[in-house]
Design a protein around this ligand. Structure first.
Ligand SMILES: Nc1ncnc2c1ncn2[C@@H]1O[C@H](COP(=O)(O)OP(=O)(O)O)[C@@H](O)[C@H]1O
Ligand SMILES: [Mg+2]
Length: 240
């Protein structure tokens, strides 16, 4: 379990066609990068997958189930977690409360255990549980956002620029975590501007350009071929 399929997807904002005939497939346990310049439509694609935007055409399947047109809550209940762009957490809630929100259905004793377990991945947060979200650094907020997504024990993780704002040491920590979870069959779709970092842990990559999938290749090939990657992105030199 944990497969994701997007087929012939068209998404508009009003009359503006942002995604045009997008098809992609993620097998269970795959780590797949979604690359593209600013404004290429990467975030829009994630929003469409989880039902925040209604596609004009196309099909989205999760574990083989057609979820096109489903409300976000129902899609997420299939085992999908999202790390939204920009580390959005509740500024007036404590770190503990921010984490607890994603597992409100658990019993009180289990909440503490689950939070303790996930904080083993981010020990930096352990001393900050009673601190307000708004008082954290950008990197700490990103860690809370990722921990919150992990708490739900997702089969599919959709991550929108998870490395942004993280210190290099934490990026390495997160890369190892992603690899180890993928070995336990969690599927990852990762949008990133840190192209080299994300390709290093990805099996494959899709590139969005001009509203279409401009390239689809193994991560290794793209890593070793910056000219090809630049052509896919529609830029002269890739940012590596
Ligand atoms: N809520 C919105 N209303 C209208 N246009 C939008 C909205 N959100 C994004 N766009 C436009 O859609 C395009 C794709 O945006 P986005 O998916 O955020 O790109 P990316 O995540 O690749 O940077 C851009 O041209 C952006 O200006
Ligand atoms: Mg974006």
């Amino acid at each position: 379990m944990g497969s994701l399929e997007v087929k012939n997807l068209d998404v508009y904002y009003g009359k503006h066609n942002v995604l045009n005939d997008i098809s992609l497939y993620l097998d269970s346990g795959e780590v797949v990068a979604l690359l593209g310049r600013n404004g290429a439509g990467k975030t829009t694609l994630i929003k469409a997958i989880i039902g925040l935007l209604k596609p004009a055409r196309g099909v989205i399947r999760i574990n083989g189930t057609d979820v096109t047109g489903w409300p976000p809550k129902k899609v997420l209940e299939l085992g999908v977690s999202v790390v939204p762009q920009g580390a959005r957490i509740f500024p007036n809630l404590t770190v503990f409360e921010n984490l607890k929100i994603s597992i409100l259905n658990s019993s009180e004793s289990k909440v503490e255990d689950k939070i303790e377990e996930v904080l083993n991945f981010f020990p930096q947060l352990k001393s900050r549980l009673n601190q307000k979200g708004g008082s954290l650094s950008g990197g700490e907020r990103q860690m809370v956002s990722i921990a919150r997504a992990l708490l739900r024990k997702p089969e599919i993780m959709l991550m929108d620029e998870p490395f942004a704002a993280l210190m290099p040491k934490i990026v390495e920590q997160l890369k190892e975590l992603i690899i180890s979870l993928s070995e336990q069959n969690v599927t990852f779709l990762i949008i990133e501007q840190n192209i080299k970092q994300v390709l290093e842990i990805s099996n494959r990559a899709y590139v969005l350009s001009g509203g279409k999938i401009s390239c689809e290749d193994s991560a290794e090939k793209l890593l070793n071929n910056p000219e090809e990657l630049a052509r896919c992105m529609g830029v002269h030199a890739p940012r590596m």
